[in-house]
Design a protein around this ligand. Structure first.
Ligand code: SIN
Length: 541
């Protein structure tokens, strides 16, 4: 039996919830499917905050300049403009909906500093629980909407196509313990990023990149997959999770030290601890190699202990659980995969290159982040582009041919629908892929390591893989291929064999599509782009 709704949203982080609210606000039914519990997403774990130009000494032009500066020549200027200007409106709306950001005793909003921002412009909630507060406020709003149906523990595995249009999803229904089809007039992917393809990541277990893989397998274009951001300061204690130690800690005065107890960042960048993230991550790797040690340290001990406990309550408590009182001793840290700048290629309204399929948030590539995301821009992106994608999905239908979701039998699904499986990625595949990605497609890359990674992925692909493992391997392969294709170093992508940024040849985006390799494109937005720029001969199959 096929189930049916008006719209499907895949994922319930900030982008998914905001998209669902927009769709329901237009009077349509929307089903929100999440692999785990509702709200479980990268958003939920976001600590530092939301960058938005609302402070008195700030303005959108400055936010725009900082965003494009961090993006290392690859930000889409229109997308950035939309982000910083509309971001103010959507943040005010979120505050009206009940999201509580930290304020001074006078009621004035408090802004913190993060790397590569020229102003204190990061709003935060409950100290270091900003994502959790945003999800709380959005879920409360969603709960009051009768048109929104939440389907937790329903992992989506495949997009359904009919006549080249996305008409639904195949998902694992936890109630009947079987894969089922859910059909709809359009699907919005907001399934988050892919940090889990790396052995060391700050991301939760669900961040396996399924949305990117499903869209690619269905024929959508994906872009800029080589750009993966590594956060410099994840907790580095044997047996502890790679818990994020927010960049805001350095913004408030925390410093990095090496094993000898010496500060080192000023040797690597004039902005020292507040240099862009990719610079800090590589500096830590270089320092670990130089001193032949395994960990760096984030030192907060010069700050007032009470301030540290109150400003970073979750971080303080977590580090304490693993034996480090950050008010008294530096915390061991090292970089970990944190954010995927690339993803499903979209226009400014979340449209992908498949009709009826939209994408927003980390799964999407709008071009706002370029080669390196400015800290705390992702929650803002989820809000702005989640709302835009939801709105476009509804509005496009009004202009589209009349769709009867009952008629076409969807293509693109050769698997039987009664093959129940747990939804887990086969552990040997998961383990191997994560290790290969960390060692060969990580912070420092080169032709040889990337080629070896791809060979290994090819071997794994010969096995008969269930959809979760197949999607996982697809995303890893997309990242490795794009990293091999880009023969320069830019933003978060660093090639040991091409250490310089090369604007003359490589100020272009990588665009990959099934069966046609990678081509270069001058812009992400395929709608406003007049023609695809095939300037480079490089096509990697
Ligand atoms: C952090 O708090 O350091 C993470 C914020 C972000 O990734 O934008």
């Amino acid at each position: 039996m096929n189930l049916e709704t008006d719209f499907i949203v895949v994922g319930s982080g900030v982008a998914g919830l905001r998209a669902a609210l927009e769709i329901a606000g237009a009077g349509a039914r929307v089903s929100v499917l999440t692999k785990e519990r509702t709200g479980e997403s990268n958003t939920e774990y976001a600590q530092g905050g939301v960058a938005v130009a609302l402070a008195e000494d700030d303005d959108v032009e400055l936010h725009e300049a900082d965003t494009t500066g961090a993006g290392a020549g690859l930000c889409d200027t229109e997308a950035v403009h939309v982000l910083v200007t509309e971001g103010r409106r959507y943040m005010r709306e979120l505050i009206e909906w009940g999201a509580e950001f930290d304020r001074a005793a006078t009621g004035r909003l408090l802004f913190t500093q993060e790397a590569a921002h020229s102003r204190r412009r990061i709003l935060h909630a409950h100290g270091d629980a900003t994502g959790h507060e945003i999800v709380r406020a959005l879920v409360a709003r969603v709960a009051a909407e009768s048109k929104i149906e939440l389907l937790p523990h329903a992992g989506v595995e495949e997009l359904l196509l009919a006549d080249g249009r996305c008409v639904g999803v195949r998902f694992l229904d936890p109630l009947v313990r079987a894969p089922r089809r859910l059909r709809a007039r359009a699907v919005v992917l907001a399934s988050g990023g892919a940090g889990q393809v790396y052995l060391h990541t700050t991301n939760p277990a669900g961040a396996t990149g399924d949305g990117m893989a499903m869209a690619y397998r269905a024929g959508a274009e994906v872009a800029d997959m080589e750009f993966v951001q590594f956060h410099p300061t994840a907790l580095n204690i044997e047996g502890a999770p790679r818990f994020l130690l927010s960049e805001a800690m350095r913004g408030e005065g925390g410093v990095l030290r090496n094993e000898e107890g010496r500060r080192f960042m000023s040797r690597y960048h004039e902005r020292a601890e507040l240099a862009p993230r990719d610079v800090v991550s590589r500096a830590i790797v270089a320092e670990l190699r130089r001193t032949a040690t395994r960990t760096a340290y984030l030192d907060m001990t010069a700050l007032e202990p009470r301030f540290v406990r109150e400003r970073f309550p979750k971080i303080y408590a977590t580090c304490l659980r693993y034996g480090v009182d950050i008010t008294r001793a530096p915390a061991p840290v090292s970089p970990a995969a944190h954010y995927t700048m690339g993803g499903v290629r979209t226009d400014l309204d979340g449209r992908t290159t498949i009709r009826g399929l939209y994408a927003a948030g980390e799964v999407a590539c709008t071009g706002v982040h370029g080669a390196n995301r400015l800290a705390s821009n992702s929650l803002l992106e989820g809000l702005v582009f989640g709302a835009r994608a939801g709105r476009a999905a509804v509005e496009d239908l009004a202009h589209d041919v009349k769709l009867d979701v009952q008629t076409d039998e969807p293509q693109g699904s050769n698997e039987p629908t009664d093959d129940w499986h747990s939804g887990e990625i086969a552990p040997p595949v998961r383990k191997r892929v994560r290790r290969v990605m960390w060692e060969r497609v990580g912070i420092l890359r080169a032709r040889e390591s990337l080629t070896r990674a791809l060979k290994e992925f090819e071997l794994i692909a010969h096995a008969r893989l269930r959809p979760p493992a197949r999607n996982f391997l697809t995303v890893a392969t997309l990242i490795a291929r794009a990293a091999l294709w880009r023969e320069e170093s830019r933003g978060a992508h660093f090639r040991l064999d091409f250490t310089e940024r090369d604007d003359a040849r490589w100020r272009v985006h990588s665009v990959a599509q099934k069966d046609s390799g990678i081509v270069a494109s001058a812009k992400i937005d395929f709608v406003t782009q007049s023609d695809r720029q095939e300037v480079l001969p490089h096509v990697v199959g």
